[in-house]
Design a protein around this ligand. Structure first.
Ligand code: ADP
Ligand code: MG
Length: 319
């Protein structure tokens, strides 16, 4: 069998078609899916390039897991439930073991969220993984970046800064003990897509975004969508136990504010709806970190009483 078809077969064999919505899966010129009546299709694509989005020595399992997780995170931010995914793989050579390990990570997460792989493309080139996810929401229920209002409270799920700390360690800028390394790298390599939270926020959040490029950068996008600004209380930023242990050495507030790769949700809630918000969803605490204001820009209340203008920060390609 030519390598290309061997790879496709290796992937297709991992997951029989189980979802009723998938009328035609892998093997035809395109997939055919039924969209449930009264629902809207939510579509998103994210690409991970070796050396840019993940260190070149990242385990294939983690690449597989993360390539789907970052896409599911976009669906979570829209309040969508996943249905299916397409996978475009660019591989430098035919390596069955790499594909097997990649698939182990990818399908572990796909099975967890009932995501059917419905197609893709397989080509030779620099290592790159591009995933397109398809999800659904009830008509008109999707969350958006726009929609926040002055006075809405700003929340984030989970904890911030852990993935950034793992990257600092990887680059030799931070020493960690074994327990810290395990916990922080798990956040970098196996981000949790907050899908249950996204669904719970339908009709509750006024706006929502996932934090992939850093809180100030992504909150900045959310606020720009409405021409508004915000003040964030640094002391309210949710930090993991592992991050608290290394807070000073890791750079204090910088990683939780501007470090990427957390894949938590940042969302806004009007005061009248704040009571409807649970304290946590799926084990992820929801923390109020600030408030939307009319004045554009993000201001940061620091523990010493000073107020700083937060820089846009965040990772930018082509810079
Ligand atoms: P075509 O030449 O018509 O694009 P391909 O040979 O590229 O067909 O693909 C054959 C089938 O395998 C299609 O259903 C396609 O969606 C699927 N496929 C190809 N690569 C992948 C992949 N990496 N993951 C999942 N399905 C794939
Ligand atoms: Mg093709």
């Amino acid at each position: 069998m030519p390598p290309e078809f061997d790879i496709i077969e290796q992937l297709a064999a991992r997951q029989p078609v189980r979802r009723a919505a998938v009328a035609t899966g892998i093997g035809d010129d395109a997939a055919v899916l039924d969209i449930p009546a009264g629902q809207q299709l939510i579509v998103s694509t994210d690409t991970l390039n070796s050396g840019v989005h993940f260190p070149a020595d990242t385990a294939a399992q983690d690449v597989g897991y993360k390539s789907l997780a970052v896409n599911l995170s976009d669906l979570a931010a829209m309040g969508a439930q996943p249905l299916a995914a397409n996978l475009s793989l660019s591989l430098p050579r035919h390596d069955r073991r790499w594909v097997r390990d990649f698939a182990a990570g990818f399908f572990a997460l796909a099975e967890q969220h009932n995501v059917q792989l419905t197609g893709g493309d397989t080509v030779r080139g620099a290592l790159s993984v591009s995933v397109t996810v398809l999800g659904v929401t009830p008509q008109g229920a999707a969350l958006h970046r726009r929609g926040g209002n002055v006075g809405d409270a700003i929340y984030v799920s989970g904890t911030l800064g852990d993935a950034a700390a793992a990257l600092l360690h990887r680059n030799g800028d931070l020493s960690l003990n074994d327990a810290q390394r395990r916990r922080l790298y798990a956040r970098l390599n196996r981000p949790r897509a907050r899908l249950a939270l996204g669904v719970a926020l339908r009709g509750v959040a006024s706006s929502c975004i996932d934090v992939s490029d850093g809180l100030t950068a992504d909150l900045g996008h959310l606020l720009e969508a409405d021409g508004l600004g915000a003040t964030i209380d640094a002391e309210r930023l949710p930090l993991s136990a592992a991050y608290r242990e290394i807070f000073d050495r890791a750079g204090g507030w910088q990683p939780p504010l501007s470090g990427g790769d957390d894949y938590e949700l940042c969302f806004t809630v009007a005061a009248a709806k704040a009571a409807a918000l649970p304290d946590e969803v799926d084990g992820a605490p929801l923390t109020r970190v600030g408030i939307i204001e009319a004045q554009p820009g993000i201001r940061l209340n620091l523990p010493d009483g000073t107020v700083e203008q937060a820089s846009a920060g965040g990772y930018e390609h082509f810079r």
